[in-house]
Design a protein around this ligand. Structure first.
Ligand SMILES: *Cc1c(COP(=O)(O)O)cnc(C)c1O
Length: 320
């Protein structure tokens, strides 16, 4: 049977998460609204314990494992935030964790994963290279291999964001969701269909890494060059499970250049006292890129993460 995810799974995930993560705030900033020309609600996943929304998925996954599975230990592969999420959840539940990150991973994220108690292996030129090494570790050590994209529990867990968003604001015209593998956007579509059917769920990816976008447009998973500086959006291929859910769940899917993402990062710093990493600013970048489409509307932008790289921090210092 092909695994899938339902609204009921997302409701269950919220119960699993309740003792671990409080709901995150969603605020608007009048000065930001003036610059953007729309009423923008920023959903602050940057304030999660690992600095990104993915921790909701990691905790949901670990909470649902039996003691035998936890005892085997886990292995995963990631450019950073999925790694931190799984490492954090393994620490909470006392499971051993190995993470393979690409050799050029953001050193701040590598430090954070190690500090959470995980073993980090730096291997591979990109996510695909890290995946090959993680599969090898899983086979040799008997660890449970956790893929960042096609794991239903991760989608159910991150879906809890959208319960919070739509229960607070069922009147939204649109919610814009940054996409890498598509777990977050897939979950957003499932929740919107139940709680806010007239709200448009819009995905956004960098035009320098358009694999998820192009897969959605093509109706099948494709490979594409992967050159964005925004780590959370950096995937070179479509992932089947989130793509299947996004096919019915998304009203539209935008691409934005990395330079627009950088502008959005600066606006969040200057007008919303928010430190966003590139991926965390991509939703606002999509609004900036298409001002006519969003003018005068009420839009939620999900600030998915705040783990800015050294070069993103330097750019803010110079240009915010
Ligand atoms: C992983 C990540 C994304 C993309 O999420 P997917 O569920 O992989 O589409 C966006 N922003 C940040 C900060 C991330 O870490």
């Amino acid at each position: 049977m092909v695994p899938t995810v339902t609204f009921a799974d997302i409701l269950r995930a919220r119960e699993l998460l309740a003792g671990h993560l409080p709901p995150t705030p969603m605020w608007s900033y009048p000065a930001l609204d003036e610059v953007v020309g729309a009423h923008v609600l920023v959903k602050h996943e940057n304030v999660q314990p690992v600095g990104a929304f993915k921790v909701r998925g990691g905790i949901t996954l670990l909470a649902g494992l039996g003691p035998d599975e936890r005892a085997r230990g886990l292995v995963t592969f990631s450019t950073g935030n999925h790694a931190q999420s799984v490492a954090y959840a393994c620490a909470v539940f006392g499971a051993s964790c190995t993470v393979v990150m690409p050799a050029a991973a953001n050193p701040a994220k590598v430090r954070a994963v190690r500090a959470l108690g995980a073993t980090v292996l730096l291997d591979g030129a990109d996510l695909a290279g890290a995946q090959a090494r993680a599969q090898d570790v899983a086979e040799r050590e008997g660890r449970l291999l956790i893929g960042p994209g096609d794991t239903p529990e991760l989608i159910a867990g991150v879906g809890s964001i959208y319960l919070e968003v739509f229960e607070a604001r069922p009147d939204l015209d649109a919610v814009v969701v940054p996409v890498g593998s598509g777990t977050g956007a897939a979950a957003a579509g499932l929740v919107a269909a139940e709680l806010a059917p007239r709200c448009r769920v819009i995905g956004v990816q960098s035009s320098a890494s358009p694999a998820a976008h192009d897969s959605w447009r093509a109706g099948e998973c494709v490979h594409r060059p992967d050159r964005t500086a925004a780590e959370g959006l950096a995937t070179g291929r479509g992932f089947a499970l989130p793509q299947a859910l996004m096919r019915t769940g998304l009203a539209d899917f935008h691409l934005v250049p990395d330079e627009r993402i950088a502008q959005a990062r600066r606006l969040l710093a200057g007008y919303a006292h928010t430190l966003a990493e590139g991926a965390g600013a991509a939703a606002l970048a999509a609004v900036l890129e298409s001002p006519g489409e969003f003018a005068g509307r009420t839009i939620a932008v999900v600030c998915t993460g705040g783990n800015a790289s050294p070069s993103e921090l330097a750019d803010l210092a110079e240009r915010a």
